[in-house]
Design a protein around this ligand. Sequence first.
Ligand code: MGP
Length: 271
Amino acid sequence: MDELDGNTLLNRANDFKGSMKKYWAQRYDIFAKYDNGVLLTRELWYSVTPESLSKFTAKVLNEAFKDKEGPVRVMDAFCGGGGNIIQFLAYSDVVYAVDINKIHLHCTYNNASLYIDREKLSEKLVLMPLDWTAVDYTGEEEDTGEDDTYATVQDSILALEKLETGKFDCIFGSPPWGGPDYIQQKLFDLDNLLPFTLEKLLRVLLHFTDEIALFLPKNSDLEQLKTITETVFGTGSVVRVFKMSSQGRAKGLLVCWGNSFANVVLNDISL
Ligand code: MGP
């Protein structure tokens, strides 16, 4: 097995070496139904959101949009292994699962089907291969279309056209942080998120929604977050930051922009 290939599926204790071992030890915190047939690649093991955190996030979204008339449409812009998608499906009417990696979309569908019946999934869940960098497509890039793992330029242009047809109530995302070494930085530089800096990511997502929630590193530079918020949303704008822990250990920050989030009362959310 190629230990360095992020797309290798890992599902036995012996597959986990070195710094990966802790993720195997946390498997039931990541997915309570792990033993029912959860599929995760090496990259997904370290980037999927633990179940209790995904539940909390879905409840925050539910609280933010509970008074909305008509169907609630949410997107996970980097759905990965589907941890957040599973919880969004509990509260939202239409859930878009977007990822550049088609193996991730397969894992999302598989993992969601362990929690939700397939009929409901076919009604509510839309899987969409999309490379967000295609927003900068000029028409000159070469698209060989030979790699069937990643969204091609064609896939992405098509996806972006579909997304243009209606705004989302909220876009959530847990974008790549560059792997487990993110913690080596004292303060995580939000320009190092992938595939864009935080500022660019917000500007891209704002094209499709007014309300954004991102799961960001626990060591994120909060001064930088404040500056980027003011640059993108204007002076005096509000960003809400929830410090997220699981089993008493800090895991990351849920960072929310938009009026609906500003009004969420934490006491109204059952934990
Ligand atoms: P961690 O900090 O790598 O592990 O990831 P842990 O168990 O908190 O380490 P500890 O020894 O400090 O306790 C914590 C959580 O952050 C993971 O469960 C993921 O939800 C998220 N996460 C970690 N990484 C490296 C990434 C990443 O690259 N991208 C995304 N989106 N999430 C990540």
